[in-house]
Design a protein around this ligand. Structure first.
Ligand code: C2E
Ligand code: MG
Ligand code: MG
Ligand code: MG
Length: 282
């Protein structure tokens, strides 16, 4: 923090401003208040079938509408929400809102019945003993079919407590809720755990996709991930597609789905409605 010379003299250097613990505390206070005022908004990014070129689902991505700082990225506040436990009430709001929105689009006839909503889940949310009851309640309240819901979890969040995670994931699958592993390839990279978890989809982390420039040398681990998924009966979403070359390379490999700025940035609900009315096809 810079010392400032103002007309009223000078401000004394405030050591707390550069103190990370203070920043976390400040953010925690702000997050609590924003939870009460519901100062959060979900954006939605389309997930596209590479086979048909059509939208098959959306991923809900939360933004914080900070009263002073404007829209704040989840990269900034989700770690603090996790650290402070605020991810639990925030996560409940996110799940409710995402289910409510998809159900609303269904009842408006804006989308086909098989379109899914993917919702990110933190490790901390899995440690709630009543998580399954919460999810059941939200599905009942919003009247969303469980098959339309996909939960995105990371490798590290299941590896944190493999037994609880496996039991939880099985209960979710019994309800026909779908499960994806997010950021696949960046975590433990241990394949042995995949057998233990009833996962439907692997999402290839965008760092793999962003190296693709049209030449075979840039494919890296992508063909291996696709073949593992095929062997295990899982589908694959490639994240972070930004160029037509990346799209063509993934299509040539018969990757199932993809998501990225090339198709659409994450958008507010109303902008999604404007997009889907044009029935885009890539
Ligand atoms: P994620 O789940 O892997 O989500 C994908 C991120 O990649 C999103 O960032 C999205 O905007 C971004 N993205 C999509 N396409 C492209 C592309 O073509 N290029 C680039 N450079 N980026 C692309 P976002 O929205 O900032 O979210 C970041 C992360 O924050 C998410 O990564 C997820 O881990 C976390 N997050 C977001 N929303 C939630 C939530 O509701 N709950 C929880 N627990 N975590 C969330
Ligand atoms: Mg995700
Ligand atoms: Mg991801
Ligand atoms: Mg992520």
């Amino acid at each position: 923090c810079a010392k400032k010379q103002g007309s009223a003299g000078y401000r004394v250097f405030d050591p707390t401003m550069s103190n990370p613990a203070f920043k976390v505390f400040q953010m925690e206070t702000d997050l609590r208040r924003s939870l009460q005022h519901q100062d959060f908004q979900l954006y939605y990014q389309p997930i596209v079938s590479l086979d048909t070129g059509k939208i098959v689902g959306f991923e809900a991505l939360v933004r914080w509408k900070h009263p002073l700082r404007g829209l704040i990225s989840p990269v900034e506040f989700i770690p603090v929400a996790e650290e402070t436990g605020l991810i639990v009430p925030l996560g409940q709001w996110i799940l409710y809102e995402a289910c409510r929105q998809l159900r609303y689009w269904q009842t408006q006839g804006a989308i086909a019945r098989d379109i899914t909503m993917s919702v990110n889940f933190s490790a901390r949310q899995f440690s709630q003993p009543d998580l399954i009851e919460q999810i059941d309640r939200i599905l009942a309240e919003t009247q969303l079919n469980p098959q339309n819901l996909k939960l995105e979890i990371t490798e590290s969040s299941i590896m944190e407590n493999t037994e609880i995670a496996a039991a939880m994931l099985h209960q979710l699958r019994q309800r026909h809720i779908q499960l994806s592993i997010d950021d696949f390839g960046t975590g433990y990279s241990s394949l042995s755990y995949l057998h233990a978890f009833p996962v439907n989809t692997l999402k290839i982390d965008r760092t793999f996709v962003q190296r693709l420039n049209g030449t075979p040398e840039t494919l890296g681990l992508i063909p291996a991930i696709l073949s593992i998924a095929k062997t295990m009966g899982m589908s694959v979403v490639a994240e972070g597609i930004e160029t037509p070359q990346q799209l063509e390379q993934l299509r040539a490999l018969s990757c199932d789905f993809s998501q990225g700025y090339f198709f659409s940035h994450p958008l507010a609900a109303q902008q999604i409605e404007e997009l889907i009315i044009t029935a885009p096809e890539w």
